[in-house]
Design a protein. Sequence first.
Length: 277
Amino acid sequence: MLLGVHCSIKGGLHNAFHEAESLGIDTFQVFTKNQRQWKEKIIDTEEKSTFLNTYKTSHVKMIFSHASYLINLASNDDTLWECSVRALIGEVQRCHDLGLDFTIVHPGSAKELSEQKGIKKIIMALKTTLHATENSTVKILLENTAGQGTCIGYCFEHLKQIIDGVNSSRIGVCFDTCHAFAAGYDIRTKSGFEATMEELDNTIGLSHLQAIHLNDSKGELGSKRDRHEHIGKGKLGLEPFRQIMNRFTHIPKVIETPKEGTMDAANLQALRELLTA
């Protein structure tokens, strides 16, 4: 099924497996370092060995990371852009060391640049990262954004331009349900969801869709508000999640809903109940 959550690495990377085991999940997402700091994390031999051995003996089939929120690959500030590229290179290298399949990154915010110039900066950053990690097979997945501020990636056309510009099999897409809805894609009904997937396929190609973030939305359609809600408790309802759970069983899906008490387990149960025989 490949259904999971974003797991905590508090106390050590290997501790994420304890949370995964308690929830009975077979995939999960992690931060490989403190995602609110630029300081790089070097994974020592012991930590790497512990993680890999735990992975090998677990029921988890796929693990991936989410890159730091500080990263802005579209920045026109040379210092910030260079820091962002170094951080993404470090993230890919840590994923490689830990045996993770890919990392997910927000494309970036153009700010004072035009969208097209921002997209060019992102393409340059990704090419630089891939060249610096050319001995790795770790992929970089671009996450669609909610359209807040000057963020790139709120429409499929942005992602297509970046993918075409980089032209590498190591670039893919992560589809976030909350972000798509906030950006104006109406996926609340079966027909609306199918139309959105058809547009994604025609624009980017479903072969590039390699991960899904399952999040309901606190905001209305086209609100451009990146505010996640528990499954079925927001403006999306259950239908888009029913479609995803039954159509994309082969793609890893994780929830990034608010961490409140036992709500991860409740959200997972709500999703599992949407599976049809």
